[in-house]
Structure formats: C-alpha cells, structure tokens
Design a protein around this ligand. Structure first.
Ligand code: FAD
Length: 814
C-alpha cells in the first residue's frame, strides 16, 4: 500500500511512525512544507524565554532519524499544492528548486494543522511584528531579541500562546503589554476564573489592556507604535501577534472535500473525510465535543496525536476504531499560576441556550497542615436535572493538572457531579486532602442540585435591592473591617444562633463568607431555624472581590523603574526584618505584621510572607488604616510577600486610641466564644485601634492562670473553684462538647489548619496591647482572687468598662 502524508509535525509525524510500526512493507511518503519534522511546537515559547536552553531539544525526531529508524521517505520543503481525489494523486512543489511533480496514493492523510490568524491591519507587515507557529518563527523572534535587545513587547491576543509568550518575554527581561479585545484572557475560561489570572498578571507587572482593539501599527523612529481604538497607542520594540489560529483547510477545500460548519475539514468518527481514501487529523479538522455533542475546533497536540493513531489503524484494518471526540482539556502555566479548562464554559452554554448550573469552590492543593499547601479554585458547570458535568476550570499554584485530569475524565465519559463526590484520589497530606478539592466541588454541586443550598452568583449581587434583600457577611469582624461588600451587615457565623432576631424574616437573605463554607454553615443554621428565603454567594468574597476589582492594568514604566530603584537602593542600606507567616490562617499573618511592625524604628522595613491569599489585600487595608508605607506587594509561587516601612514614630505605639476603639464584654467561658473574642481583639489591635475586653461572670474562667498560687477562699469560692474550668485549657465548646471530646477535637482541627490556639491568641493579644479588665463584682460573687488571674489583667468595675465604651464605636457582648 502506498500512503502519502501531508504535514510532518504532530499529527503527520505520529501517523508516519505508527504506519511503519504496523506495516513494514507499506510505501510511506511524508511531505512537509517547512525545513523540520516532528518538533515540539508546544516548547517553542520556552525556548524563546530560555527555560529550554538548547534548540536541539525541540526536535523530537529529525528527518534523518525518521528515515533511518522508520524507513520513511521524508520530503522536506515540499509543499503539496493540490489533491486530486479522482486520480488519487497529489501535486507537489519542491520549494528548493520550484519544480512540481505528481505522486499517486492508495491512501492519503492530511495533517496540515492550523495557521495563525493575521488581520489585514495597516502596518501589519512591519518586520517587528511576529507570529509563532514554527521553528523558523521561533528563530526569528529569538534572533531579533538577541540582536536588537528590545525593551518592550506587545502581545496581541491573550490566548494560551499569548500568555506563554508574555511570561517568556518577561523572563527574557522585556516589559510586556498584553492587548486583548475581549474583557478577559484565555477564552476557555469564564470571566470569573480569568479574573484570578488577571490579578496574577498584575502582580507580575504585566500591562494588561482588556477590551482594547489593535487597529494598526506605525513606525516611530526605531520603534513601533501599536495603535489602539480611541486614540491610544503603545510604543514598543516588537509585537507578537497571537490572536488565534484557523484550520489549514485550503487544500481539502480545493479538492472538493466536505468542510464542517466551523470551517475545519469534516471527518467522520473514523477520521475519514468525505472521500473514502483520504483521512484527516489534527488542528485542520472539525471534531465533536462530547460535552455538547456539537462540532468544535480544538487545536491541541494531544488530540492530533491520538487522531493520527486512529486514522492509521483504520487505514490498515478497515474502519473499526472510533474517535470519541475532543473535550478541549487544556492547561497553561502563567507565571506561578497554572490555569486549566476542560469541556465547555458557562458563557458558551449560555450562547447555545443550554440550561446549566454552576458552582465555585476554593480549596487547597493539599492538607492545610502540611507545609506548602496553596490555594486552588474550581468552577464547574453542570446540567440542572441530570447533573451531567459539562465543563470544569481550575486555577491555582499546585496540583491543578491532577484536578483537571480528574474532572476531564468525568466530562469525557459523560459523567455527573455525583461521580465527582465518589472519585477516589490517592491521598497523603503532601498530595491531597481526605476530601480532595474535586470531591468538594462535587459535594457543593450535590447540595445545590438536591436543594440543600440555594446559591446566587457574583453577577446577582449587583441587582441586590436593600428593600427586598438582606446581605449578611458571616466572616469575623476582623475580616469584615478589612473589606466587605457594600451594604452587607456583619454577623459572624459563630454568633448567628444568638443573633437571629437581627435577621429579617420578610427579606431574601444572601449570605457570604470568604469562600462559601462558613456561609453554608450559616445557611444550614438559618434554614433549620425557620428562615426559608436564604441563599449563599457561590465562591464567597474571594470570587466576588476578584471579579469586581479593576481587571485591566497599566504600570507606568518610569514609576516602575523608580520604585524598583527605590526598593533596591533602600534595601541595601535599610534594616529589613523578615517574617514567615506561611501556613497561618487569617488573622495570623496580619497579627504577625502588626507585632513585628511595632518593633521597627522609623525608616526600617518589614517583609512578611504568607500563603493566605487574602493577606495581600488585608495588608493593604492595614497600611491605609495605620499609615504604614506599603513598599512592595509580591505574589510568587502562591506566596504573598508584603514589604512595609515605618514612616513615622506615631505608628509604633501599640493599639493607640484613635477615636475608633472597640470594647467587648466577655461573659461566656465557652471555648468557641473565647476564641472569637480574641480573634476579633487581635484583629482590632492589628489595625491600630485599642481593644478592651471586660471579663465578667463565667468569662473570668478564660483569664485564669494555669499555675495558681494558693489562695484563701470561703466555702462558696471553693465550690465554684471546683465546679468551674480552672483555666483556658479546660474550657468547653458551647455546642457538641460531648464531655470534652468536642473541645479537644476543636483544638486538634485548629492545629491542623494552622489556626492559633486560644492560649497563643491570648498571648498575642497581650503582646499587642489589648486591654483585659476583670470585673471585680463578678470576682467577688464567684470567689475569684486577683492572684488567680493572668498577670496582665487589670481589675475594674462597670465604670471602668463604661469609660472605655464611651471612647469606642463598637461594643460586643460575647
Ligand atoms: P502542525 O503540528 O501544525 O503541523 C502541520 C504541518 O503541516 C506544518 O508543519 C505545516 O508546515 C505543514 N503543512 C501545511 N500545509 C502543507 C502543505 N500544503 N504541504 C506540506 N506541508 C504542509 N497544544 C497543546 O496541546 N499544548 C500546548 O502546550 C501547546 N502549545 C503550543 C505552542 C505553540 C507556540 C504552538 C504554535 C502550538 C501549541 N499547541 C499546543 C498546539 C499544537 O502544537 C497543535 O495542536 C499540534 O501541533 C497540531 O498538530 P497538526 O499535525 O494538526 O499540525
């Protein structure tokens, strides 16, 4: 059998090698227009950036290697000009000498790939404008960078290749602007997930021009002006045009082969074109997406390789092997982030008028208590009735690849969100959690489908009507004080049961918390307490805040340099204290920031590193409240790093009164309530306000010493002493204490999640100047002696408390 192959890279080279392995006697001729076969297009951006150091590593196989090992007739620089299905011939032009000749075939495989879209814009032929598809394109870019040492590059189009190039040119030392006409990067993602990528690009000092259209190019001396809509322009040294690809179908079209509705070569499930002797594979063909059963153009290397294998098997064995379609399982590294998607995003389902539900979950790459755990966000879209998983998107810093594969398998097999709840993952703390983020995504979706939780999405928040809706923030007071959704009322979830009277029964209640978990707990409390019209904001404040902040971003280059100079210059002369707060949950990092900031002298700097992703924003708010100078905020490999400078001595006073002090009456000795009191107190102190805790009645048990001196007590004092918790370590939970098992469990869980223990929180409060007052009247009633209380506790009566409350703008009763 004589088989011709057009195209010698992913699909073509795979087909050739498979053919030879299966049929030693076949005559196989491969035509490739370019100078190289079987190279790794996917590696090209990384060679430009220098991550792949040696050019030779890009070649999976050379033409000579192919000839020697596979005995294939490789014809380089040979362009197939025409296919004649009637005669079963192709006409080929030898690009080395311009000669044309015909070659006959028994079977033909087309793997001509996809070409970069090039818009006919004024000035588009400027030699400073590049596209990237092949090795020669790569050489041209690399040579240009080495020869002309460009300082700035504009990337046109923010798809996967555009973002990979942005990273690699940035790594090569260029300042990079990305111009994208849509409102988001990476088309396979929904806006809400892309928003997290936008924030990451901003952190990396990439200029992101969203909703901006390039309308032309003009020469500007040695440079090039990229003209945007609305008289804007960017002066640059080079441009990479990466606005998408389209199937190279011209040959097939001219040969009269059927073309699909989206413009790719039509093939059946055997990868056979409308002519029985011609098969086609790779980027040039139109496939079916099993998630929608609709045609799709999905230019990816994995499908091209698999289709080639199937086409070859069908050619040699008769049409027996079926290609089941492509779900577009794709992944990209965007600086420290990994971004992946499979199936169909919500925005496409909306366009197709397909009913769907969606859900966001924010988890961690592995068990929070094991070092190096990093945030990982998942969005899934699924059918409202059956729960069929239509699409999944994962954004994070570690373990994204594993999660998208798990989700993709379910999508590919037309599975449901119920399958996600059952997927069994290999678990040990360094790799996952007992409930993997994918299981969590399934659990949440199941709750939604089974009516255990109704959700609203970030887009719904805009339409909130305060007459009809009650927006309830159930995070801690500290979190709320740092940032919250306008109009939201704060009742921390732990206080909810005691605050039900503050929640209207005639309004729709929309709950939110950091990521959706505490709001779900609040949701279940409210539903079981008789509230019916309750909703949880899916993805919580994390999703909401990332979509609501400015998405585009332009860093003034001069300022950038100045800032950088300032950072470098000052760093060499200035004392910088470094604090590692990685693994600590909120408010741990901010408490560390405050604690160490207080030790600085004016002009000194503090660098705090944390893995709590909210820390960056929290620290910014903290600086604006305290007047500390935020020198730098970096986000690297999933770690937020903040550098602050003390600019005036006034900032050094711990917990100074600034008219906005807060007081709390701690009446309860429940472990959970004591924890809440000290978390809030530390949060208050961290913002520079004075916090006063007034311990009365049972609350006195919280501040008793562990080692108490012998004191004289009357009979009632002795009885109380015997019956009540003797110090903070003996406190019980207000609910589910179960004879002390609950409180022990709580302490274990807190430790696992890196949440400070009550005792540490108390010490932090003492260190940050939180005032603790014991009510003398209660002490008297309960027979508590001053010597039994912690050294830092002052004694006072109601007047002392009222005097503090007078100077405060918030009083809590706990
Ligand atoms: P190609 O590999 O493009 O090969 C087509 C070949 O056909 C070309 O060499 C062309 O010269 C030749 N040809 C065309 N017409 C003729 C003719 N008339 N005569 C002779 N020869 C002809 N995919 C991923 O899954 N992951 C990635 O990370 C990824 N990164 C990428 C990065 C870059 C920079 C690029 C350009 C692509 C990337 N891709 C990635 C896409 C992936 O490379 C393609 O999906 C895959 O190569 C498609 O294989 P193909 O055989 O259809 O086409």
């Amino acid at each position: 059998m004589k088989i011709l192959i057009i195209g010698g890279v992913a699909g073509g080279a795979t087909a050739a090698a498979r053919l030879r392995r299966m049929d030693e006697n076949a005559e196989i001729i491969l035509f490739e227009r370019g100078e190289y076969v079987s190279y790794a297009n996917c590696g090209l951006p990384y060679y430009i950036g220098g991550t792949i150091a040696e050019r030779d590593r890009l070649f999976v196989q050379t033409a000579d290697g192919f000839i020697n090992r596979f005995n294939i007739d490789i014809r380089l620089q040979s362009e197939v000009m025409f296919i004649s299905p009637k005669d079963k011939t192709v006409s080929v032009k030898d690009l080395k000498n311009g000669e044309e000749y015909a070659e006959s075939y028994d079977k033909l495989i087309i793997s001509t790939g996809a070409e970069p879209v090039k818009l006919p814009l004024p000035g588009i032929d400027n030699p400073k404008i590049f596209t990237l598809r092949s090795v020669p394109d790569t050489d041209a870019i690399k040579n240009y960078i080495e020869q002309y040492k460009p300082k700035r590059a504009v990337i046109m189009g923010a798809g996967f290749i555009g973002l990979e190039m942005a990273e690699n040119l940035h790594e090569a030392g260029l300042e990079v602007d990305i111009v994208e006409m849509n409102d988001q990067v990476m088309a396979p993602l929904d806006f809400s997930m892309a928003a997290m990528v936008h924030q990451h690009l901003k952190e990396k000092k990439i200029n992101l021009w969203l909703k901006e259209k390039v309308i032309g190019f003009e020469t500007a001396g040695n440079r090039l002006n990229v003209l945007l809509n609305g008289d804007k322009q960017i002066e640059t040294d080079m441009v990479i045009s990466s606005i998408g690809v389209r199937p190279e179908k011209q040959l097939a079209e001219a040969a009269g082969l059927k073309i699909g509705s989206l413009g790719g070569i039509w093939v059946n499930e055997y990868m056979q074109t409308s002519d029985e002797h011609i098969y086609a594979v790779g980027d040039a063909v139109e496939v079916t997406n099993p998630a929608t059963n609709l045609p799709a153009l999905i230019p990816l290397a994995g499908p091209a390789n698999k289709q080639a294998r199937i086409a070859v098997d069908n050619i040699l064995e008769g049409n027996k092997h079926i290609y089941k379609g492509t779900i577009g399982n794709s992944i990209a590294k965007v600086f420290d982030m990994t971004v992946a998607a499979a199936g169909v995003p919500a925005k496409i389902l909306k366009k197709l008028n397909v009913d769907y539900l969606s859900s966001y979950t924010h988890s961690f790459s592995h068990a929070g208590y094991y070092p190096g755990s990093l945030p990982l966000s998942i969005k899934i879209v699924f059918a409202p009735k059956t729960g069929q998983l239509y699409g999944a998107q994962v954004v994070g810093f570690d373990g994204v690849d594993k999660r998208i594969e798990m989700l993709a398998q379910v999508i590919q097999n037309k599975g449901t969100i119920y399958d996600l709840t059952e997927l069994e993952q290999a678990y040990a703390p360094p790799f996952s959690s007992a409930k993997d983020p994918v299981n969590i995504a399934g659990f949440v979706a199941e709750n939604i489908l089974k009516g255990k939780m109704k959700v609203v999405h970030w887009r719904d928040i805009e339409a909130i009507d305060s007459v009809k809706d009650f927006l309830l923030d159930v995070r801690t007071a500290h979190e709320y004080s740092l940032n919250h959704i306008d109009g939201a009322v704060n009742i921390p979830v732990d206080d909810l049961r005691n605050s039900l009277d503050k929640i209207p029964t005639d309004k729709r209640i929309i709950l939110y918390c950091g990521i959706g978990l505490r709001a779900y707990l609040a949701y279940r409390i409210l539903i079981q307490k008789g509230f019916t019209n309750v909703y949880n904001l899916s993805g919580g404040f994390k999703t909401y805040s990332s979509v609501m902040c400015e998405q585009s971003c332009y860093h003034e280059p001069d300022n950038l340099d100045e800032n950088q100079n300032e950072i470098n210059q000052d760093m060499s002369n200035t004392k910088i204290i470094q604090v590692d707060a990685c693994g600590l949950a909120c408010p741990g990092p901010i408490v560390q920031l405050k604690k160490h900031y207080d030790t600085l002298n004016v002009g000194e700097r503090l660098e705090v590193k944390a893995t709590d992703m909210a820390f960056g924003k929290d620290a910014e708010s903290w600086c604006s409240i305290t007047g500390a100078k935020l020198v730098e905020r970096k986000n690297e490999a999933g770690t937020v790093s903040i550098t602050v400078e003390k600019v005036r001595e006034a900032d050094t006073t711990p917990a100074v009164s600034m008219g906005g002090n807060k007081t709390m009456i701690v009446f309860s000795d429940d472990l959970d309530k004591a924890l809440a009191a000290f978390v809030i107190a530390n949060g208050i102190a961290a913002t520079g306000k004075k916090a006063t805790l007034f311990f009365t009645f049972w609350g006195l048990n919280v501040i008793k010493k562990k080692q108490k001196p012998a004191v004289k007590k009357d009979i009632f004092g002795k009885m109380f002493g015997m019956m009540l918790p003797s110090n903070s370590t003996k406190l019980a939970l207000s609910k589910m204490n179960m004879g002390g098992i609950g409180s022990r469990m709580m302490r274990i869980i807190m430790k696992k999640k890196n949440i400070e223990s009550l005792e540490t929180l108390m010490q932090q409060a003492i260190d940050s100047g939180v005032e603790m007052i014991a009510c003398t009247m209660s002490m008297d009633v309960m027979g508590v002696k001053p010597e039994e209380l912690l050294d830092n506790v002052q004694l006072g009566g109601v007047a002392t408390y009222l005097e503090r409350a007078e100077k405060s703008n918030m009083s809590l009763f706990i």
